[in-house]
Design a protein around this ligand. Structure first.
Ligand code: ADP
Ligand code: MG
Length: 241
């Protein structure tokens, strides 16, 4: 297991938003996390690279115990790519510069090496001709594909996606999901918080349904979507499907 979460609790002040999460992710597995707004999906994802402090419990990622204060969290984060709903590209840098930055700073690549790697990745996400464009000249779907390429430039072992298509116009969702699907096919380990039930069904190896800070139900897409066991899962699916 490349990710192991045991009895994870997370509070913001008095408000306990994760109340005992247990889950694991195997190498090359694609786990989709679904559930209503406010159920703790983003918080769980952010605990996996300690963007949020862990209140109690254990999170082990690629052998690193995240609650161990002696680990260097930057070493862990270098193994984990994250893509957010908002693309967060650097507006004053070109597409290729956005992608080159972290590999040069964190991995010590030369500008030449970083540019070459960036070009390969731009090709992969179908944007090789946008190398010198600035983010503001791109569509949301193109910006999100650049954000994915930027994350991949660090050669992460794990990719975390937090509603990567939720800010996009409907006609741009497909191009981003297609890039994610390719990644899954190549064997990337992925945790994907999403409202795209079609994607979860088709690409997910496993689906976790969260509500009220717990994982209410998990299983294969067929189990969760076609044969939900829990009332709360059924109620949620009735609303979104
Ligand atoms: P989801 O992603 O499923 O919509 P979140 O993980 O964003 O849910 O939020 C779960 C709960 O935690 C919500 O009630 C939210 O208000 C609360 N929360 C999230 N982040 C913070 C924060 N930084 N400070 C205080 N409360 C937060
Ligand atoms: Mg969220």
């Amino acid at each position: 297991m490349i990710i192991e979460v045991t009895n994870l609790h997370k509070s913001f002040g008095e408000n306990e938003v994760l109340t005992g999460i247990d889950c694991t992710v195997a190498e090359s597995e694609v786990v989709c996390v679904i559930g209503p707004s406010g159920s703790g999906k983003s918080t769980l994802l952010r605990c996996l690279n300690r963007l949020e402090d862990i209140t109690a419990g254990e999170v082990v990622v690629d052998g690193y115990h995240l609650t161990d204060r002696k680990i260097r969290i930057d070493d862990v984060r270098a193994e984990i790519g994250m893509v957010f709903q908002q693309f967060n590209l650097f507006p004053h840098k070109s597409v290729i510069e956005n992608i080159m930055l972290a590999p040069m700073k964190v991995r010590g690549l030369s500008a030449h090496e970083a540019r070459e790697r960036g070009r390969v990745l731009l090709q992969k996400v179908g944007l090789q001709e946008k190398e010198n464009a600035y983010p503001s000249s791109l569509s949301g779907g193109q910006q999100q594909r650049v954000a994915i390429a930027r994350a991949l430039a660090m050669e992460p072992k794990i990719m975390l996606f937090d509603e990567p298509t939720s800010a996009l116009d409907p006609e741009l969702v497909g191009e981003v999901l297609a890039v994610m699907k390719d990644l899954a096919r190549e064997g990337m380990t992925m945790v994907v918080v999403t409202h795209e039930m079609g994607f979860a069904r088709e690409v997910g190896d496993r689906v976790l349904f969260m509500d009220g800070g717990v994982i209410v139900e998990e299983g294969t897409p067929t189990q969760v979507f076609d044969h939900p066991r829990e009332t709360r899962t059924r109620a949620f699916l009735e609303k979104v499907l």
